[in-house]
Design a protein around this ligand. Structure first.
Ligand SMILES: N[C@@H](CCC(=O)N[C@@H](CS)C(=O)NCC(=O)O)C(=O)O
Length: 385
């Protein structure tokens, strides 16, 4: 490429690469995409970021940024994108942060279940897709072996997110309920919070694109049962300006706090039912973990290996099951974005946000906090003071 461009390292099948690619497309940011199996990823990127993780972008002046949310923050801060990721209305912005968190982290059970528990439908396709992250030049046998290694790791991750034979049916039921709510909402509004995409859309796009609209089994399910959701996925992923006319009276602008439609409020209630117990258990677990490590140095992750992302497993009740899921400090980093927004709001706005959150059983998301903040430094999650 002979013009200034960004390089995006990721993978078509990668959940977290999806939102960065979509944002770059929609905001017409010139990009050269490479699979994380590209030789430069191991030679130039991994030594900087110190673990195998995507997405990563390299800016035209050589800066390396890892993490989907940090990458969108970067574009927004440098006024490189034009979309209003954070709504001006403080109440609506609080919803954007909540759905950013929930989209990134709260739909991993269906995303992993529908990818890894339907081999007859998915495996042939996934083998081809995973070539993006395999080293170049492998022969057929080498490719098979590497795929088995990578997919084995991901199957274990599915279990670590609470997907086991005992929960399969409940994962399917709860995802069907979510798809139904989302389909209704997106039959009235082109985007989650009105006429333009925000952090809420980009967060949700992560699981709803690479896994749930792209892998054969869940793609069929989405197309057959939630066509408006599939349509939103296409809209989120296309660089063309669209002159939409398919939804009557769709809002052109973002909602204000006074205009929040019932279809969106129903999704907020769902977030509480699906995710509050998990977040509560994780925060408690992390606070115990921190209490046992009073000497943990500020600016470190406390992990033996830099590649490790969880500090253990916490147990909680989820839709009638006792499940245990991995506690990842990264989730608290996203939760803090909501809480920082809340803390910075005027007392009048705080009252409004609290009122809305409490109506939908979401108030603890404003108050549940780890005793030390999670920060990102040198591309890693580390503990603050
Ligand atoms: N919060 C991170 C999450 C990144 C993440 O988990 N990426 C996955 C791919 S979608 C990954 O790199 N997995 C590699 C591995 O775990 O080995 C971000 O947005 O950057």
């Amino acid at each position: 490429m002979d013009f200034d461009h960004y390089t995006l390292y990721g993978m078509q099948a990668s959940l977290y690469t999806g939102k960065v690619r979509a944002y770059m497309r929609r905001n017409h940011i010139p990009v050269l995409e490479r699979g994380a199996g590209h030789p430069d990823f191991s030679a130039k990127i991994m030594p900087e970021i110190k673990r195998f993780i995507m997405p990563v972008i390299v800016t035209p002046n050589g800066e390396i940024i890892q993490d989907g949310s940090n990458i969108l923050d970067y574009f927004e801060a440098h006024k490189i994108g034009h979309e209003p990721l954070r709504p001006d209305d403080p109440v609506v912005a609080a919803i954007a942060y909540l759905l950013e968190l929930f989209g990134n982290e709260g739909l991993l059970r269906p995303a992993m279940h529908y990818r890894w528990n339907f081999d007859a439908e998915n495996l042939h396709f996934l083998k081809r897709s995973f070539a993006d992250v395999l080293p170049a030049g492998l022969d057929q046998k080498g490719q098979e072996q590497m795929f088995d290694f990578a997919s084995g790791k991901m199957r274990k991750a599915a279990v670590a997110f609470g997907v086991t034979p005992e929960t399969f049916e409940t994962v399917e039921k709860s995802y069907a309920e979510f798809l139904g709510l989302l389909n209704t909402h997106l039959s009235r509004s082109y985007f989650m919070l009105g006429g333009e995409p925000t952090l809420a859309d980009y967060g949700l796009f992560n699981p709803l694109y690479a896994h749930l609209s792209r892998d054969p089994k869940p793609a069929d399910l989405m197309k057959q049962t939630a066509p408006y959701v599939y349509n939103w996925v296409e809209r989120m992923n296309s660089p063309e300006q669209r002159d939409e006319h398919t939804i009557k009276d769709a809002p052109q602008k973002l909602f204000t706090a006074a205009e929040l439609p019932q279809s969106l409020l129903n999704i907020l209630t769902y977030v509480s039912e699906e995710y509050l117990a998990e977040m509560t258990a994780h925060i408690e677990f992390a606070n115990d973990w921190l209490a046992q490590r009073p000497d943990l140095e500020t600016g470190t992750s406390g992990m033996e290996k830099l590649s490790k992302r969880d500090i253990g497993r916490a147990e909680f009740k989820w839709r009638g099951h006792d499940i245990k899921t991995v506690v990842m400090p990264y989730r608290f980093y996203l939760l803090q974005r909501l809480q920082d927004h809340f803390d910075d709001a005027s007392s009048e706005n705080q009252t409004q946000i609290r009122g809305l959150f409490s109506k939908h059983d979401l108030e603890p998301f404003l108050d549940l906090r780890t005793s030390r903040r999670v920060e990102r430094s040198d591309h890693l999650e580390v503990w603050g003071r």
